[in-house]
Design a protein around this ligand. Sequence first.
Ligand SMILES: [Zn+2]
Length: 489
Amino acid sequence: MYRPRSATPTELTAFHSDDYISFLRTVTPDNASDHARALARFNVGRTADDCPLFDGLYDFCALTTGGSIDGAKKLAGGTADIAVNWAGGLHHAKKSEASGFCYVNDIVLAILELLTRFPRVLYIDIDVHHGDGVEEAFYTTDRVMTVSLHKYGDSFFPGTGDVYDTGAGAGAHYAVNFPLRDGIDDASYERVFRPVLTKVFEVFRPSAVVLQCGADSLANDRLGCFNLTLKGHAACVEFVKSFNVPTLVLGGGGYNIRSVARCWTYETAVCLGTDIDPRIPYNDYWEYYAPDFELHIAPGTIENKNDREFLDKVKVKVLEGLRSIAAAPSVQMAELPPGADLPGPSEVTGEDKEPADRRAEARNEFFAGDNDVLMGGTNRGTPKSASSKTTTKIVAAKPGAGKAAAPKVSTAKTGAPKPAAPRTVPLKVGPPKAPAGAPRAPPKVPAAPRAATPTPTALLQNGGSAAASAGLPPLTPPRRPSPPTPPAP
Ligand SMILES: [Zn+2]
């Protein structure tokens, strides 16, 4: 495990606007009255429930984002096959606006980091809510495909993510939305997830994957409305893992903390290919898991309104869109010139070279000694995962989850290190175009005007931060038109 560092302000402005990040660094509950207009403009502290202002807000954002960016660096550096940051996955945050409990979009920033080394990044979102912030950021590029399965309709937040929203310009067909209705269960979810993702991997051939594992798609979530169990949710992780592509696994939503802890514990085990005891071992929070003290949860009992006919109809529509993508995406790659490399003090130089002050023993307060989920149990492995590789997990505890607020870090080594991926530089990215097909999903925030297009060399030399701040064309979407009125419940 690795202790996450805080992302720097410069790193955050690789996607977010300077004034928004400056605001987050400045505002506190004590000086909020001095920032009334900015609070309204940036959608912070306006309501009791959504994006509240709290002490340590900026530090929280910088730390959770640092974990995701460094996870991406581990993957880009070839020192990990899977990196995990359960504190990340805040998919609603926009360039200049907080949204849906998300202030800084660590996912977009991690993807920008991955794009400095990988030609194509696939983003998969199984949170119950639409991954709107990530989709919007990459809506016009063919270098990032976003795939989101989510509840849609009945004015469910954030109101975007219709099946007809498929990207624009060079990014046409590179945004995939699978709208779902209430009550989907494990079997129904798997019936759409597997064929859609199989097609996605076939046509997009991602060189890296980011998987957002929002746990509010589980049964009995306070905001969600699905019936998934841990097994159905984790089956998505297992399936993505089976493709053996470098993968950044992130958290996201989740409003039943007992289910969230269970889910991400189980999915950590899935990532490691490790079996864990289905009985929850004694720990400081043991009573939280009463009355059964079992790891797994029962399926929900909400009526499943996703009948086979509905799911097949949406699936056909989604697969049709994917078929219109040429099998070989257009990004050209070339070897990096000798000596060229990614800058930055936090650059990953290999697991064994990790600075001593960044490595830490696990100080796991939920699990102790031999019962630690990352250490105990038998390793059953997974059939398709590579058997000889170094797997690095970056785990930052979910803030607000009691004592778990202290970051937990450790490394799991399962064999010889994997050779570093070839270093490549993108030579061509799709040109920006105005949306042609009047996509329906609207960003809540207008995108900032684009600056001069950077050269691939500039992108390379400056890392992800230059890519967005200099306005790499596909990374800044145009404003999309307003949505239709949501259908009546
Ligand atoms: Zn959510």
